[in-house]
Design a protein around this ligand. Structure first.
Ligand code: ADP
Ligand code: MG
Length: 707
């Protein structure tokens, strides 16, 4: 990196010691390079001057520039309500400027009959245009000044920082920083080989950095953004594609050649239903990996209720048939217990398949059975939670690991599973939060993906409705009808860490009101939430599962067991849930043969995104479609929380969700570059190496090994 970019920010005109300290503390900017790496997130177009008559409601959120004459000044109101008002006109109409603060100072600087350039956000009230706290400057001053650009960048800031360095001052500082950089030809030297740059018609890096801060035109801004995104995504792809080739070369997976007694007996005699075509296909895909000689690293995506557990179980039998152990790791105690129960049922009467469970709350005996059995080889399948990855858990011969609901596990947790045998076991990661295919391919270029895209037969699509809270009585009526038919109902309340107390109050209030409207002995309601003792929770769930309660009131943290007789999922304050969570909750019903329903309750006031989520839920049952939309609404980093894409790559301007076209392009370019120079060792690629490292966070473990 050029020396100049490493220079401390305090030497830039307009900064100084105090502001420098604040910049570092508030936004982590220490050097000139740091400063220029913060791109504006928005621009104000100062190239255009509006007429007052052109302003309408649609412009209330944008900044406009008006050229007008001051025709009146006045103070109104008393005390805290005191305001300074200025009446301005241009040839098309008049408008009002309003100040609440610093009004004496402003008043002194504004002269009657003088022409000004006014800049601010308009609002319209009763047909009258007004601007609150606009920028205002005498027209001669504006015309005489040479601006770096007609677009003024707006930089993200913090409350403290914006007081110390207001918008305009920040703009000046960036300008001064750029002047220093400009004098050094080594700053922002282009990392891309010339031919690559020309072939893709990319603007030079230096031009791009200049134009991102000081766009010379809308077109040049577009090109600058494109170029900077290209660099970031190329950096990402150079990492991903290199890992992919590494993994392909490494090979070295256990080979499970036999389809033996356990699998065959189960398949021919015990299988409780016919497998769907998708389940069969996925089992075949897994089997092909298991005999390939390469270590399997496969992501299984399948919507809620698509039958992933059966795929996990049958593929585990393949490991057992070949003398290996298998384990399945679930994200919660309840899910682990549920898996254990179904697998014990499946394995009943199967020769030589012994199953144990290990969770954080396993009692001494259970723990000992699991640990000893797994170490001696007596146990073939271990079911559990993250307790499985603790150091004390020693397998005698672990060959296959299934991870359920992967989005809850961190990369590091999964990496630990690797160390459980000399040679890494095969890995299957199952998720019900499908990542759209394009993203999976580009992001996890080194991971094979299987999809269960078919639900077991006889499932009727769940009908989803959105009710405002005012229609609560109608919803109650609906519940009564279903309960009269002998069906059961879930009522779920949101639980968010920050407002836990209030959330529990909501749940308690809701429970109380339900108890009033659904009185005993006709109706039986049970409640289940995270604050209850585990025994009480389990008892409540078991009661519901046995059909001894009609309504289960629960918080969203509760994993609900499989209850085919439950046909209604009511989600309270549905607008507070994320799309994938809503879809997950909905998947708790519709598991039996009866028509099932999901009712989304919300207040009248909805944000734009909140409304979009509820509408999407009503429009489709397709998890893939929903996750595509989720990706658009939230951005890719968020989809996997802080665990995956979100923290694996440092992206400043590129967006994994929306920049798919550039992503594809960089993917192909990265593959071509790596074909000629796998480790980027050629001198011409030195800067590409830098680019790669810059956008990929260093992680303690190499996550190419896991996913
Ligand atoms: P998920 O993919 O959400 O983990 P599960 O594995 O829990 O789904 O399966 C949901 C329900 O569907 C379970 O009750 C399971 O027994 C049942 N099921 C799975 N596969 C089939 C099938 N091929 N035919 C009928 N029911 C099935
Ligand atoms: Mg499941």
């Amino acid at each position: 990196m050029s020396e100049i970019l490493r220079r401390e920010i305090k030497y830039v005109g307009g900064v100084g010691e105090v502001r420098a300290r604040l910049l570092e503390r508030e936004v982590g900017v220490r050097t000139i390079g740091d400063l220029l790496a913060r791109y504006p997130y928005r621009y104000i177009d100062r190239t255009r001057t509006f007429r007052i008559s052109e302003i309408d409601e649609s412009m209330e959120t944008t900044y406009v520039r008006l050229r007008c004459r001051v025709v009146g000044k006045s103070f109104t109101g008393e005390g805290a309500k005191r305001r300074f008002m200025v009446e301005v006109t241009d040839p098309t109409g008049s408008a009002e400027l309003v100040w609440f603060q610093g009004i004496k100072w402003v008043e002194k600087r504004i002269e009657l009959n003088r022409e000004y350039m006014v800049f601010g956000r308009p609002s319209i009230f009763k047909g009258r245009v007004s601007l609150v706290h606009p920028e205002i400057e005498p027209i001669e001053q504006v015309l005489s000044r040479k601006e770096e650009s007609g677009f003024q960048g707006i930089y993200s800031t913090t409350e403290k920082l914006s007081t110390a360095i207001p918008l305009k001052a920040m703009h000046t500082i960036v300008q001064n920083a750029w002047r220093i950089v400009e004098s050094d030809p080594t700053a922002y030297r282009d990392p891309l080989p010339q031919d690559l740059r020309l072939r893709n018609g990319l603007m030079s890096l230096r031009e791009a950095v200049y134009n991102i801060h000081f766009p010379q035109s809308a077109e040049q801004l577009r090109q600058a953004r494109y170029r900077l995104k290209y660099d970031e995504l190329l950096g990402v792809q150079l990492t991903i594609q290199a890992r992919r080739t590494d993994r392909q070369k490494r090979g070295g997976g256990f080979i499970f050649p036999r389809v033996g007694e356990a699998f065959n007996t189960f398949f021919k005699e015990k299988l409780p239903f016919a497998l769907t075509g998708a389940q069969q296909r996925v089992i075949k895909e897994i089997r092909a990996d298991m005999i390939s000689g390469k270590q399997m690293n496969r992501l299984l995506q399948g919507d809620v209720g698509s039958g992933k557990t059966m795929v996990a179980f049958m593929s585990m039998l393949l490991a057992v048939d070949n003398g290996f152990q298998a384990c399945i790791m679930a994200p919660t105690e309840i899910l682990a217990r549920q898996h254990y129960a179904s697998m014990m049922r499946f394995a009943e009467g199967l020769p030589n398949v012994r199953i144990a469970i290990l969770t954080g709350s396993s009692k001494t005996k259970e723990r000992r059975t699991a640990l000893e059995g797994i170490a001696s080889g007596e146990v073939d399948i271990l079911v559990g939670t993250h307790a499985l990855i603790e150091d004390g858990v020693q397998f005698s011969n672990l060959g296959y690991v299934v991870i359920d609901e992967q989005h809850r596990f961190g990369v590091e947790q999964r990496a630990k599973l690797w160390t459980k045998n000399q040679q890494p076991p095969h890995i299957l990661v199952m998720t019900a939060t499908p990542i759209p295919r394009t993203l999976a391919m580009t992001l996890y270029g080194d991971l094979e993906v299987s999809v269960i895209d078919e639900l077991p037969p006889g499932r009727q699509p769940i009908r989803t409705y959105h009710y405002y809270d005012s229609l609560r009585l109608k919803m109650f009526g609906f519940l009564r009808n279903e309960i009269a038919k002998g069906r059961q109902v879930y009522v779920v309340y949101p639980l968010i860490k920050e407002s836990e107390k209030m959330d529990y109050k909501d749940l308690e209030d809701g429970y109380e009101s339900l108890s009033r409207d659904f009185p005993l002995p006709k109706y039986r309601i049970t409640v289940c939430h995270g604050k209850m003792r585990p025994e009480d929770k389990d008892a409540a769930m078991a009661q519901f599962k046995r059909g001894e309660a009609d309504i289960l009131v629960a918080t969203s943290v509760i994993e609900v067991v499989d209850v085919p007789n439950a046909t209604v999922m009511v989600i309270e304050s549905a607008e507070r849930f994320g799309l994938s969570q809503l879809h997950q909750l909905r998947g708790r019903v519709g598991r039996g043969g009866n028509q099932s329903y999901c009712i989304l309750m919300s207040g009248e006031k909805l944000s734009k995104d909140g409304r979009a989520r509820l509408e999407a839920m009503c429009a489709t049952n397709d998890g893939f479609e929903l996750s595509e939309l989720d990706l658009k609404l939230r951005g890719a980093g968020d989809i996997h929380g802080t665990q995956q894409s979100g923290d694996a790559f440092e992206l400043n301007i590129a967006n994994l969700a929306t920049d798919t076209q550039i992503m594809e392009l960089t993917r192909n370019d990265a593959i071509a570059i790596l074909n000629s120079d796998p480790r980027l060792e050629q001198p011409a690629h030195a800067q590409l190496r830098e680019l790669r490292d810059k956008h990929t966070k260093r992680e303690r473990i190499d996550f190419s090994d896991i996913s």
